[in-house]
Design a binder for this molecule. Sequence first.
Ligand code: NAP
Length: 315
Amino acid sequence: MSATIIDGKSVSQEIRSEVKELAGKLKQGSGITPGLAFILVGNNPASEVYVKNKAKACESLGFYSVTEKMPENASQDEVIDKIEEFNGDERVHGILVQMPLPKHMNEYEVIEAIDPSKDVDSLHPFNIGLYSEAKSWKEIMDKRLLLPCTPYGMMILLDKYGIDVEGKKAVVVGRSNLGGKPTAALLLSKNATVTIAHSRTQDLKEVCREADILVAVIGKANFIGKDFIKPGAAVLDVGINRTDAGLVGDVYFEAAKEVAGWITPVPGGVGAMTISMLMMNTYMAATRNAETANSKHEILNSKQIQNSEPHTRKG
Ligand code: NAP
């Protein structure tokens, strides 16, 4: 048996077309153009490429974008001042501080300076709290919560490929705040029975072999071999590892695809979804802004009505 290869690239394109259309309608209806601000500190070449690619995606969707480049020796206060400037900038609906930050900064304090309604990476504790406490995926969708982009992309892939999550056993290997933990929370919201495994997990192979859905967010090239995989399981590989042989995931793809039911390749799988979900989040943040603008408008109108009442009576 050979697994169905989950084509993250093509689903990602679908999402982008959808966002482009939605953003066009938003602009037509309310005059609002979704806008995203990037803060890039230092000269990390990988971070520069990531920001460039995200800015390119903005351009292709007709979004407004602005990149603030700051030197490696910028102070944390200077970065926070910039964030506060973008918090108050009406053209900006999303703020993304490219990680990692230089060592002299506290990433948590920097993230906490972002207005949660503009936190399109969904890293602010307020947003983590909102999606973690939601009782279902439906509630998450109905409330249009901002979700961390990579785990959000994974949920879309599961959905697009008709992979059943409800009541299934899911094992997430990795417990980072960016990867494993939010992935587990989203799988839980879809009623999976979730286990989070990590470097101290005993009998990891056996734990993984129980999984109907196995997610690897580890950062170790080809770590998950075919003997970790239950036949027919859906295997989602978040790992991105640079090796002499090129970019590879945490899953040993060639062997795993012979056992799995579905599998994401690296590159072209989960990773391909991340920027599209960032665009989706930015669009969502902009629509909320449109609603705030509308409700402000309603309040103003109702004030005008109240203020005009005496005149009406007098007249
Ligand atoms: P991280 O912060 O280093 O976390 C790695 C996790 O893997 C930790 O929880 C660690 O356990 C666990 N782990 C390490 N060795 C293990 C072992 N031998 N057995 C079981 N668990 C083990 O890394 P991360 O930020 O989550 O990223 C993980 C990978 O995903 C990286 O390759 C990264 O590039 C990739 N990634 C990709 C995207 C994307 O596609 N856009 C986004 C995010 C991350 P402990 O907690 O016990 O140390």
